[in-house]
Ligand binder design. Sequence first.
Ligand code: C2E
Ligand code: MG
Ligand code: MG
Ligand code: MG
Length: 278
Amino acid sequence: KAKKRLGFNYQYYTADMEEEMAERLAMLRMLRHDFFNDRLELWYQPQIELASQRMVGMEALLRWPQANGQFISPAVFIPLAEYSGLIIDIGNWVLEQACLHIKALEKQGYAGLRIAVNVSMPQFRNHGFVQSVIDCVNRYQVKPEYLELEITESVVMDEPKMVIDALQKLKSFGIKVAIDDFGIGFSSLSYLQQLPLDRIKIDRAFIRDLDLTAGEVITETIINLGKRLQLFTIAEGVENKAQEQALKLMGCDEVQGFMYAKPMPPAELLHYLQQQKQ
Ligand code: C2E
Ligand code: MG
Ligand code: MG
Ligand code: MG
């Protein structure tokens, strides 16, 4: 594999590219097969309010289990699903699962938890996206404010007007909107004003570097920006006490990270909630 990237010989290079494309197509075929055979799973990672240390919501994260017990990362298969359009069907399924899950938690005595779902660009481009989200919420009788959509800066930058229009409709229906991985996408700050946002998710990269001046300054700046714009802030990838302490001092509202809990399947999440109650 070492010679792969050297590519001095043009023929090697194209052969490699072909091989890589063939691998991706094979993976896409497997993904499609597994999705339509109900083998994708939706896991949930708790989101904790810093002041009360209570779980206030969760992020839904896709998992694709393999026969060997491992998982293929969403960072690998989501781009394939986006490229192929399969993300439309997968995205609808994710929304349904999320709505079903909030209802199930409610029945178990855990009402009032928010669920955040990641949404990709092709979903916005798909005609009827807004209505399908609203229909889903209505069908499962979920309070719209318990559903939050996470969009990245790149989604906004791609087609600002269309995305802003769609989000405004969803927002007026009561659904919450968060901007994900904030700070790494070089978006224009002016979009922050135009977007109907509720929450800013500070990218994991800045939390990782909280012990460095740059990470600290950027994190604090984002939190202050949130305060001035009256948006909630949540930090992703919180892994230790030092980071939590720094975020508390800066006035960050919520945290999500391995320090509190990793993403887990629904049954395990219920267990987690039951333990928190004691
Ligand atoms: P994301 O939306 O930014 O999700 C947060 C990622 O950070 C998740 O990775 C999560 O497992 C990870 N994470 C959480 N806490 C920590 C921590 O303390 N340390 C570290 N190192 N990582 C932490 P994951 O599950 O691998 O997902 C990767 C990305 O795949 C997501 O990033 C999201 O962009 C995408 N994705 C996942 N599920 C979906 C989905 O249902 N739809 C769409 N469109 N994209 C999804
Ligand atoms: Mg996210
Ligand atoms: Mg993120
Ligand atoms: Mg991310």
